[in-house]
Design a protein around this ligand. Structure first.
Ligand SMILES: [Zn+2]
Ligand SMILES: [Zn+2]
Length: 291
């Protein structure tokens, strides 16, 4: 079969053998839709040391069950499913606490520690708790967004960012994850959602998705602009949806004391917490970094 393989510095579709069941709890899924995540780009930059050259990339997808292991009873060949980017056993201490990404035999392993979804077939461990049935007639292309993008924007961004009714929210990065956070922040009666990006086209999309203000940080002084928009105090919640240190530092510059930074981006390098850095009339000794 053809697969997108992480070869180190360059990437090309390669010929690979079709995956086989390795455990009774596995399923083999024929992938009908998949997509590229910003995390895949971080892998290609060499930011993810757990992903070794030769790995088939991809952790998002929709497909049809091809084969199931003897212990899988909730799915059968022919079932339409979407694949969670997080594999979970449902039984370990972390899974029982709802922290599936820390599953001791799962977590984010697809397209990282094991072969992923950017291929004709993929092996899914812990199939019963890592796949979700798709209702008949559902839009499969839209459901690819449920593998990672929408739940990550909502869970890691909006929920961890503690967006509350009346919150002012800023989202740094207006790509798919940032837009997912923008959509789901509107579940709450927010006062303002400010989108920040360097690309005017992305900001235009954000405006149609409900952003109350857009700041282009390709030029000018984005911190000053956001301070102006918030009456000089900064925002209650900043969601970092890029994954570079400059964007994290921008988050630190616009958070109000007592506010929350939710970091969603995958950082390949360390970022600094500017505990003593003053901004406008405020200081940075009261905010917590979440994420
Ligand atoms: Zn992803
Ligand atoms: Zn587990």
């Amino acid at each position: 079969m053809k697969a997108l393989v992480y070869p180190g510095p360059a990437v090309n579709p390669s010929e690979r053998s079709t995956p086989k069941l390795l455990s009774a709890t596995d399923a083999i899924v024929k992938v009908t839709r998949t997509t590229i995540c910003g995390t895949d780009l971080h892998i290609l930059k060499g930011d993810v040391p757990t992903c070794e050259p030769g790995r088939i990339l991809g952790h998002e997808g929709v497909g049809v069950i091809e084969e199931v292991g003897a212990a899988v009873s909730t799915f059968k060949p022919g079932d339409h499913v979407f694949i969670s980017c997080i594999t979970s056993c449902g039984k370990c201490d972390y899974c029982r606490r709802g922290m599936y990404s820390h599953c001791t035999t799962g977590g984010w392993i697809l397209g990282n520690r094991i072969d992923g979804t950017q291929a004709k077939y993929v092996r899914i461990p812990h199939a019963e708790t890592s796949l979700y049935r798709i209702p008949t007639g559902a839009d499969e292309e839209a459901l690819v967004m449920l593998s990672d993008i929408l739940p990550t924007g909502f869970g890691c961004g909006v929920l961890n960012g503690k967006v509350q009714p009346g919150s002012t929210v800023a989202i740094v990065g207006s790509g798919p994850i940032g837009l997912a956070a923008l959509l789901t922040a509107q579940f709450y009666a927010r006062a303002q959602i400010i989108m920040i990006d360097r690309d005017a086209n992305r900001l235009e999309v954000a405006r149609t998705f409900g952003a109350t203000a857009c700041v282009n940080n390709a030029s000018g002084d984005p911190v000053a602009e956001i301070m102006k928009l918030t009456g000089g105090v900064g925002v209650d919640c900043v969601i970092e949806a890029v994954g570079v240190s400059a964007s994290f530092e921008l988050c630190e510059s616009i958070i109000v004391p007592g506010g929350t930074i939710a970091n969603v981006g995958v950082h390949g390098v360390k970022v600094d917490l500017h505990m003593g850095m003053p901004v406008g009339p405020q200081h940075f000794d009261h905010h917590a970094a979440g994420g």
